[in-house]
Design a protein around this ligand. Structure first.
Ligand code: P1T
Length: 385
């Protein structure tokens, strides 16, 4: 079965009790048992819910894997993967990643005795040098948020020793453009809030793996810790995922056009997009991904303060956190998504006050370029005075 067919059919069988073609929203917390311990496989909705099971099957199939566990948010899914570690264990993690993931690692999990080394994962030697005897996890985000750096998943898998886990946050690429498990990764994480849900109307997360032991441990923690999505959220995410392929093609087409437009504009100093030949890991992007995604970051020429002025002038790009919905968004990472990273660390990693991040939606390309043009014209030095 190919990608789009899986998205529409896996886990989506007609409802066994009524024949409903679309998986129902099983809005129930509990299930009536015939006798103690005798039931239809469902006992309590923190543990298992039919709508959630349908979503988990659908999303696992999209990553070419067997086991999925859906969570209440991307952060809950990330926490579940980190639950595979124990106090004293060490993780090598990307120095550029979603600010909330950094916050979870540095301000929550570090208090429980997990240790993290942040490295530029585009540098394989730096990754190798960061490995310690107690290293249990390589945490990869690729493309990274917000600098869109690419990490060579297969190369990191090549460094993995028995007992170590390679986890990939595949939120930005989506399984449509990148398949980490086929490249040897052990577990994939998504914030399904983004492209998978696709309509900015639901928060969720998922972990996906082919490893039975990892799957069982995550399921155990999912039930023990309890960060599960409600049935309506699972259903909305499942509905969104059915059109993932269609949407990603449009996101990538528009993002390529936007990135090329920005790169050619005098008022723009730097553009980060894996689909541009000027991107430092463009060759890796071509090898590792089948498309370059919908996220574009850039820095305007001139003083950094112009970034916010520019962002406030856009009409179709809403100033908002998050990404991956059909509508275009603009974000100022330093003050918004990555505000939880101390300024010094943030700036050292390139997340400066001048950086802007676009989630390019699937509106008409001409309208998006016109909108960017009018805002660039408005902040150009000649018109600022
Ligand atoms: O927001 P939540 O569903 O909990 O997902 C967290 C998360 C995990 N991984 C990546 C790569 C992410 O980008 C996010 C969330 N990111 C944003 C809200 C943002 O605007 O970047």
């Amino acid at each position: 079965m190919k990608f789009s067919t899986k998205a529409i059919h896996v886990g989506q069988e007609a409802d066994p009790t009524t024949g409903a073609t679309i998986v129902p929203i099983y809005q129930t917390s509990t299930y009536t048992q015939e006798r103690v311990g005798e039931h239809k496989g469902f006992d309590y909705s923190r543990t298992i819910n039919p709508t959630r099971v349908a979503l988990e099957k659908q999303l696992a199939s999209l990553e070419g894997a067997e086991y999925g566990s859906a969570f209440a948010s991307g952060m809950a899914a990330t926490s579940a993967v980190l639950n595979l570690l124990s106090s004293g264990d060490h993780a090598v993690v990307s120095d550029d990643m979603y600010g909330g993931t950094y916050r979870l690692f540095s301000r929550v999990l570090a208090r429980y005795g997990l240790r993290f080394t942040y490295v530029d994962m585009t540098d394989l030697e730096a990754v190798r040098a960061a490995v310690e005897p107690s290293t249990k996890l390589f945490w990869i985000e690729t493309p990274t948020n917000p600098l869109l750096k690419l990490v060579d998943i297969a190369a990191i898998v090549g460094l993995r020793k028995p007992g170590q886990i390679v986890a990939v946050d595949n939120t930005f690429a989506t399984p449509y453009f990148q398949q980490p498990i086929a490249l040897g990764a052990d577990v994939v994480v998504h914030s399904t809030t983004k492209y998978i849900g696709g309509h900015s109307d639901v928060v969720g997360g998922v972990t996906i793996t082919n490893d039975r032991t990892i799957a069982d441990t995550i399921k155990f923690h999912q039930n023990a810790v309890g960060g599960v999505p409600g049935p309506l959220d699972a259903w909305l995410t499942m509905r969104g995922a059915k059109t993932l392929a269609l949407r990603m093609r449009e996101h990538a087409r528009n993002a390529q056009a936007v990135a090329e437009f920005l790169e050619s504009h005098d008022e723009v100093a730097r553009v980060y997009y894996p689909g541009l030949p000027s991107h430092p890991q463009h060759a890796l992007a071509r090898r590792q991904m089948s498309g370059f995604g919908g996220m574009v970051s850039f820095v305007l020429a001139g003083p950094q303060e112009r970034a916010l002025d520019f962002a406030h002038r856009l009409r179709f790009f809403s100033l908002a956190e998050s990404l991956g919905g059909v509508e275009s968004l603009i974000c100022h990472p330093a003050r918004m998504t990555h505000g939880s990273i101390p300024k010094e660390d943030r700036e050292r990693r390139g997340v400066t006050d001048g950086l802007l991040r676009l989630s390019v939606g699937i509106e008409d390309e001409d309208d998006l370029i016109d909108d960017l043009t009018q805002a660039l014209d408005a902040v150009a030095p000649a018109s600022v005075s």
